[in-house]
Design a protein around this ligand. Structure first.
Ligand code: AVJ
Length: 332
């Protein structure tokens, strides 16, 4: 498939799911991993977690008792759905970044009676399977799946044949936390451009809270998050001819209250050498590969970030324990 934006508005038909691939050329995993492992603090971008096994493990994380994020956000959406429908308004095009299995989206599409849904995800197989299922579930819905990496600028195609009054970006799961605050600002500016004047943003943001709750959420008792993290090494072994030994690394995750973020690392248990694509990498005992950050924001902090990106914060929905927030913002 050609990684090019389509210049002409595309006619749509409900029930026919269209897919576009905007993925960067093959080889980005190769380049990013080799570059990341050569840094003084070795690091690999979290978008590479999501191969088939990684997607499966992430879904398992969402079911864990310690991982309160998914169920809390889902409850917030369900509990405030009438207010959310009023905020979004009729005839909205729904654009979702990091759509995954699209479970929360179903709540919105059902309530909003959405006619046009544009899910964007880096994992092509998950995107295809979920989009086809969704289209079968909502016969009036046009679905246009975009396989792409939204950590870089991404020009979305325009569509004809469906009445649209406003574009709304849905970005659930606190995935915005995987960006540093400056990167999050860039992303929000990109979302602002994507929705245009009069557009809106519906975004799930995990709130700052006590360290014990956050440490447990990212280092669960069953070790599912550990497997999710270690799967990255397995993926590198498989796709880049690596020779990482899984049992010589361990999952490490902790909340840093000063930086307001969870960090995930893969820690080398020994002095060891690993090879990737013919290159040699040395590890000291205790040395880590940094694999993810999950930034946490107070409501005021995130509203400030939204304002700097050109949105005016209009609504915030939270749960009774103030664990998680969903912001409704309008393009200023
Ligand atoms: C879906 C990316 C938001 O950062 O909480 C879960 C990913 N990492 N457990 C998060 C994740 C470890 C998750 N996001």
């Amino acid at each position: 498939m050609k990684p090019e934006a389509t210049p002409q508005p595309q006619p749509l038909a409900p029930g026919v799911v269209r897919f576009y691939s905007f993925l960067p050329r093959a080889g980005s995993l190769h380049e990013d991993v080799l570059a990341g492992l050569a840094l003084p603090q070795k690091s690999i971008p979290p978008k590479y977690f999501y191969d088939e096994e990684g997607c499966r493990l992430f879904e398992a994380i969402c079911e864990l008792p310690e991982y309160y994020l998914t169920r809390t956000e889902t409850a917030i959406l369900r509990g405030n759905i009438a207010d959310i429908v009023q905020f979004v308004g009729p005839d909205a095009e729904l654009i979702e970044y990091g759509s995954g299995v699209q479970a929360k989206t179903r709540i919105l599409i059902q309530a909003l009676q959405t006619r046009l849904y544009v899910p964007i995800d880096i994992a092509m197989d998950t995107l295809r399977a979920s989009s086809n299922e969704l289209a079968a579930r909502f016969p009036w819905l046009n679905v246009v799946g975009i396989c792409g990496d939204y950590s870089r600028p991404l020009a979305l195609p325009e569509f004809a044949g469906v009445p649209i009054r406003r574009k709304v970006v849905f970005f659930p799961g606190s995935t915005v936390g995987n960006f540093t605050p400056p990167e999050a600002l860039q992303f929000l500016k990109q979302a602002r451009r994507a929705v245009g004047a009069g557009g809106a943003l519906l975004i799930g943001v995990d709130l700052k809270k006590d360290k014990a709750t956050l440490d447990a959420a990212y280092a669960d008792a069953k070790g599912v998050t550990a497997r999710f993290n270690l799967n990255l090494l397995q993926r590198i072994n498989r796709e880049l001819g690596g020779d990482f030994q899984m049992n010589r690394f361990r999952h490490k995750a902790f909340y840093d209250p000063i930086l307001g973020r969870v960090e995930m690392h893969l820690e080398s248990l020994y002095a060891q050498v690993a090879h990737v694509a013919g290159q040699r990498f040395n590890f000291a005992p205790g040395e880590t590969i940094h694999t993810e950050i999950s930034c946490k924001y107070s409501i005021a902090e995130f509203q400030e970030l939204g304002k700097r990106a050109g949105f005016s914060p209009e609504k915030v929905w939270t749960d009774p324990e103030q664990l998680f927030s969903v912001h409704g913002m309008v393009a200023a």
